[in-house]
Design a protein around this ligand. Sequence first.
Ligand SMILES: Cc1cc2nc3c(=O)[nH]c(=O)nc-3n(C[C@H](O)[C@H](O)[C@H](O)COP(=O)(O)O)c2cc1C
Length: 261
Amino acid sequence: MNHTDHQAPGSSRISGTMNQLKVVAINASPHKDNGNTALILGPFLEGMKEAGAEVQIFYTNNLKVNPCRGDVICFCRKSGRCIQSDDMDWLVPKARDADVLVFASPIYTDGVTGPMKMVIDRLVPLITMPIEVHEGHCRHVPRDEKVRKIVFASNCGLWEKDNFDPAIAHMKAIARNINAEFVGALIRPHGMLMNQAMELGLAVDEILSAARQAGHELAITGTIADSTLDAISRDLLPRDQYMIHVNHVCAGLCERLGNEN
Ligand SMILES: Cc1cc2nc3c(=O)[nH]c(=O)nc-3n(C[C@H](O)[C@H](O)[C@H](O)COP(=O)(O)O)c2cc1C
């Protein structure tokens, strides 16, 4: 596997130091670096690198990850190794070693993409088979003592921010159940506008700066301010105008693609 495939655009890995924050990001957009998810994820990761973090990015489209077989062998093994052999062989140890996990995915049918869910299912070796009560709630005993941080980065085609609610609820539940801290969600509603924003004369610079700022804040303080997250998700166009724009773009797309059998 060519790992340089997975490097963030224009990035170079910062060489390791003892206390360097280790960040593992997984981008599950099939459009990889050319997608709208990457538009927010890119500056966020750059912000963390500028603040001294070691950042590695992986694209589900470049990975071979089989679906979980549900045999619970990884749960039971001391090593946590899955019986299958694929790219999770090395991604699980990387995730275990990480201080911050960034799950980046566009919204597909009100959740993360299928490949992202497959990776998350296969991260189940982060926990073990026995269950315990933690803060009044049952969960599996974590495999490691370390409390990792989880960030969700996403964009969606529809206009309202509440389109992210199911995916954010899912991320919070994952964090609770794998002994991680959910730090926040970088969400970009009507994200399809970001690519065309310059042409349309919309100011996206503040959004990209806020994403970079979020990276700085997380690397330096361990949290991201609500005001920074709000700046990332702020409205770009009133809903009525967005609908006119999207329906116009989609009509053109279907005209081009829809004539084929
Ligand atoms: C199969 C499919 C399902 C989608 N479902 C939703 C959805 O439920 N809600 C939404 O707002 N956008 C939905 N979208 C739109 C994507 O979230 C949007 O196109 C996004 O910008 C894609 O990000 P990317 O460029 O990083 O791949 C869907 C797109 C596809 C292809």
